[in-house]
Write a protein of this length. Sequence first.
Length: 418
Amino acid sequence: MTKENLNPFEIAQHQLDEAAEHLQLAPAMHAFLRDPMREFHFSIPVRMDDGSTRIFKGFRVQYNDARGPAKGGIRFHPDETIDTVRALAAWMTWKTAVADIPLGGGKGGVICNPRELSQTELERLARGYMRRIARFIGGTHDVPAPDVYTNPQIMAWMLDEYEAIKGTHEPGVITGKPLPLGGSAGRTAATAMGGIIAIREAAKTLGMDLQGATCAVQGYGNVGSYAVKLASEVLGLKVVAVSDEFGATYSKDGLQYDDLNRHLRRAGQVAGMDGTENITNADLLTLEVDVLIPAAIENQLTGRNASDIKAKIVAELANGPTTPDADDILNANGVFIIPDFLCNAGGVIVSYFEMVQNSYQLYWDEEDVNRQLDRKMSQAFAGVYKMSQAQGVDMRVAAYLVAVQRVAEAVQLRGWVA
Ligand code: NAD
């Protein structure tokens, strides 16, 4: 690999290679796990509001389904590439395995800028995506969900299109649905809640008191905004800095979730709030804080800024925020990293609970969901931490060891690869 390779799929493969070496995986098993089992590339014609037709490019990758149906979100993003989708599908495979839920890994995407589309165009795109993929997905083989720039409304349109094609009610075909269509209580906050539980467990192992400790959160979307809320509500952390794609804001006295939301609604961005200081996104990452939560996009902690990171815990709620070069530097500096596919597993764990509730037609309240989530996340964290201690490896390698071992075992038991 070149020095600072930012191709997410090559990064994902590089991370797997390290795990394969530790586990002494047989060459055929290693080769099998290095690439997706199946992928779909398709064109989606969409009638635009002005009467013209635009062709969008869509993908769905079913990376591995040895442990259960492929599971993973659909992203609508202008910079989407097949390699991003492959990487995210690989990480979903490791995530469902590390969380020990009976699902595999998948991911989907469309190259588009949802901000340039009207609601009706967005609906036609969502339905168009589903028409292309309906025959290849389903509750027993591949279950999509929302991801970057997709949301419960888009899932509702996709579900409706799927059910219209199949002529049956099948809410478990897609998760992250609105509550009235069979969504789960607690799903919207689940990814952040899972990360908060992981931070709590990490602090316990480090003997760190989180009450009043400081925290910075990069990204203020679905995950980042709930991370800000729950970091203070559940852990007693003081969130001193928050950012979005337009910039970052800092207050040494701490930022309040309700104030941030009020300001965001008015200004369309988190920066510029009264009584706070504007800083750059780059400044946010290197602040003197106890906990840093990247909750935006990939490749934010790199070989260039990693040596300036001062946080004791980096909780990766985003997927792929840390490059391998940065990983080496952070580990050498004693930073405790909670790796992405462990830290952000809360979303897929509650998605799995959503599928369970859909199949039983029996719905839990938020308290029940959070209690089950806490149990699953705590067990996943403990398993990875135990592996890291036993093998003398960092948490990311340990998470890979746990996950890859479980997937390889399922592949072997099925007789796919000896
Ligand atoms: P989102 O689209 O709701 O929010 C993304 C946020 O990041 C926005 O506030 C955006 O302004 C900000 N952002 C974009 N570029 C930035 C930059 N360069 N610097 C700072 N901020 C920037 O997305 P989300 O659902 O909150 O997902 C965030 C991350 O978490 C992604 O990596 C996603 O893959 C991961 N994730 C999401 C879920 C989920 O349940 N939504 C689950 C697991 C992982």
